[in-house]
Write a protein that binds this ligand. Structure first.
Ligand code: NDP
Length: 311
């Protein structure tokens, strides 16, 4: 018996996944055909990304799981037609990419690299060495797969790393906090704050004007989480007032970020085009294949989304 895996994640991504997915599923010991087109009755598993061909999941009555290509599920989790189990992407390569992106941008700001990279104009700016990492408190909001890995990497470089999550956590090397009072504690001390929260009803605009004002003056905000975690207008006002020293933003309320958006021109904002860490066909296919193997073996799926919590 062969299972049908419907790649409902967009034709443009198909070339990246076609061969990797077929190979990974075969390697997992499952006899499958991976197709770009399937009738609803045929689909045993759905590999999903927003913008693909499925919006209504009701006809896919035989599908045993919907396997989301992205770590973030805000574009599918509220879909009332979805009754099948929903799994999100957790992948060592995705995590490694995020650790590198976050570490790089934290170090850029910590070391004040811009002064020398952008200001190479014959002036010898000696005598102002950056502090060492142990003097620079960093906060990671969100202690999931990505937040924990980034926190551990930064702690490994010597930064005092505070973490914040919904439920209380203990992560070796990190000073962990939860709940509203935990957020107050963490933000009030964070010279650099990294946002790695999912976008949910609870986290929408979590970094609002009051919370931005509670951070140390000149603090840096780094957001590879989701654009809507931050109040854009409050951020712009805080940058103009010097309350925030710089914001490095990878994600935005509207993507692509419109050319007329003030973030593009702002001297204290760095825009990167949602490239902090990509899901790559070669490694993500193995994650998907393992979940299909589990489905066929009657084992529980990995990385199931809690529909009630929204992540
Ligand atoms: P996880 O689901 O593993 O972790 C989410 C973390 O956020 C958990 O620690 C969770 O708390 C915490 N959290 C959720 N809601 C709240 C809340 N209301 N208050 C406090 N903490 C909360 O997600 P990942 O680490 O895998 O990914 C995080 C996000 O990163 C994704 O959702 C996505 O938006 C973004 N992302 C961005 C990419 C990019 O290229 N820019 C690439 C990949 C992901 P608890 O531990 O208690 O559950």
């Amino acid at each position: 018996m062969s299972v049908t895996v419907f790649f409902a994640a967009g034709e443009d991504r198909w070339p990246d996944y076609r061969d990797h997915l077929s190979a990974a599923i075969a390697e997992a010991g499952v006899n499958a055909r991976v197709v770009l087109d399937a009738t609803p009755e045929e689909a045993d598993y759905i590999v999903f990304a927003p913008g693909g061909p499925i919006e209504d999941f009701r006809p896919y009555r035989n599908a045993k799981a919907v396997l989301n290509l992205w770590a973030g599920v805000e574009n599918i989790v509220g879909n009332a037609t979805l009754t099948q189990p929903l799994c999100r992407m957790v992948d060592p390569a995705l995590t490694a990419g995020m650790v590198e992106w976050v570490t790089g941008h934290v170090l850029r700001h910590h070391l004040g690299m811009d002064v020398h990279i952008l200001g190479q104009n014959g002036i010898w700016r000696g005598g102002i060495a950056p502090p060492i990492a142990s003097e620079r408190p960093v906060a990671i909001l969100g202690l999931g797969e990505l937040g924990r890995a980034c926190g551990r990497a930064l702690a490994g470089l010597g930064f005092p790393v505070m973490g914040w999550s919904r439920t209380a956590k203990a992560v070796p090397g990190l000073d962990c906090h939860a709940k509203e009072e935990g957020l107050r504690h963490v933000l009030s001390r964070a010279e650099i704050a990294v946002l790695l929260l999912p976008l949910t009803a609870e986290t929408d605009t979590i970094l609002n004007a009051d919370r931005i004002a509670s951070m140390p003056r000149g603090a840096i905000i780094i957001n590879p989480g989701r654009g809507a975690l931050i109040d854009d207008d409050a951020l712009l006002a805080a940058l103009d007032a010097g309350q925030i020293g710089h914001a490095t933003l990878d994600v935005f309320r509207e993507e692509p970020l419109p050319p007329s958006h003030p973030f593009w021109q702002h001297p204290k904002i760095t825009v990167t085009p949602h490239i902090a860490s990509e899901t790559r066909g070669s490694s993500a296919s193995r994650v998907i294949a393992e979940n299909i193997r589990r489905g066929e073996a009657g084992e529980s799926f990995l990385y199931l989304v809690d529909r009630r919590q929204g992540y």
